[in-house]
Design a protein around this ligand. Structure first.
Ligand code: DAK
Length: 258
């Protein structure tokens, strides 16, 4: 039995955390199942991944507190390292990822959403890093990714105070790109994914690689990364096809991922 359900429709893969009885809390097995789901992705057919949570209440209510309660420092370090490996894998996964945040995204749930490229949420979504109320720090990247997304001052305020953020504020501070009524969230995520997957997939992956790499470099090195990704596109059939189609005034062409 897996706590992560995979469903592929066309070039869009939806991975659903499926542990609703514990509000999709992330334990060791959920992390393993997420990792296994990524192992199973075939980039020849998958061009975008949507992450969401089963049930109407939660995307994920955090790392599993029951599983962490009796850990010592070594087990905690191993758990944190494992979560960080899986989330970093999501962050650097070659194709674009969208978090469709349907309800609570607390602690590890907020951290999972921040590992995705784009966050959309439902009107009832609630974000936060409440770890300090439990006597710990965020352990799956929250101390690092939140400040990169919303700025150091705001991130420190939220992490130090453990204050939660409702959907409208999440939108205002740039933590999410858009907010939808709950029933429209997945259709909206699929619509965005459908738009992404119609573009040249190698070029889209190259954009992601250049942007991710450039985030941690100074501008000159970052622009070198862009040159590398840009020039790499000229080895693809899709670049020839895309440019010829423009010159021939053809619209809605299909890209080959080659
Ligand atoms: N872990 C385990 N079980 C959880 C859970 C969680 N994070 N969140 C909810 N559940 C379980 C509840 O225990 C309950 O189970 P039963 O009692 O039915 O067996 C079930 O889900 C339904 O939850 P509630 O009955 O509490 O539902 P409510 O609607 O009343 O409340 C809530 C929803 C989300 C407000 C509440 O459940 C809540 O406050 N949950 C905890 C939220 C939280 O504090 N999340 C952050 C977790 S800490 C690190 C590695 C990782 C991390 C840190 C360090 N290292 C190793 C260094 C990450 C930490 C976190 O994510």
């Amino acid at each position: 039995m897996s706590f992560v359900k995979s469903q592929q429709e066309g070039a869009v893969l939806t991975l659903t955390l499926d542990r609703p009885e514990a509000l999709n809390a992330l334990n060791q097995q959920v992390l393993d199942d997420l990792s296994a789901a990524l192992d199973g992705v075939d980039l020849a057919t998958v061009r975008c991944i949507i992450f969401t949570g089963a049930g109407e209440k939660a995307f994920a209510a955090g790392a599993d507190i029951a599983a962490m309660a009796d850990m010592g420092p070594e087990a905690a370090a191993a758990f944190s390292r494992h979560g960080n490996e899986v989330f970093r894998r999501i962050e650097t996964f070659p194709c674009p990822t969208i978090a469709a945040v349907n309800g609570y995204a607390l602690g590890g749930g907020c951290e999972l959403s921040m590992s995705c490229d784009i966050r959309l949420c439902s009107e009832n979504a609630l974000f936060g890093q409440p770890e300090v109320t439990l006597g710990i720090t965020p352990g799956f990247g929250g101390t690092q990714r939140l400040m990169r997304l919303i700025g150091v001052g705001r991130a420190k305020e939220l992490i130090f105070s453990a204050r939660t953020v409702k959907a409208p504020e999440a939108l205002a501070i740039g933590l999410v790109n858009a907010v939808y009524p709950a029933e429209e969230l997945l259709p909206a995520a699929r619509k965005l994914a459908a738009r992404i997957v119609q573009n040249a997939p190698i070029a889209v992956r190259a954009c992601k690689a250049a942007m991710n790499e450039g985030m941690d470099l100074d501008m000159d090195e970052a622009l070198d990364a862009e040159v590398r990704e840009f020039s790499g596109c000229f080895m693809t059939e899709d670049q020839k096809r895309g440019m010829q189609a423009f010159l021939n005034k053809q619209k809605n062409i299909e890209f080959y991922n080659k």
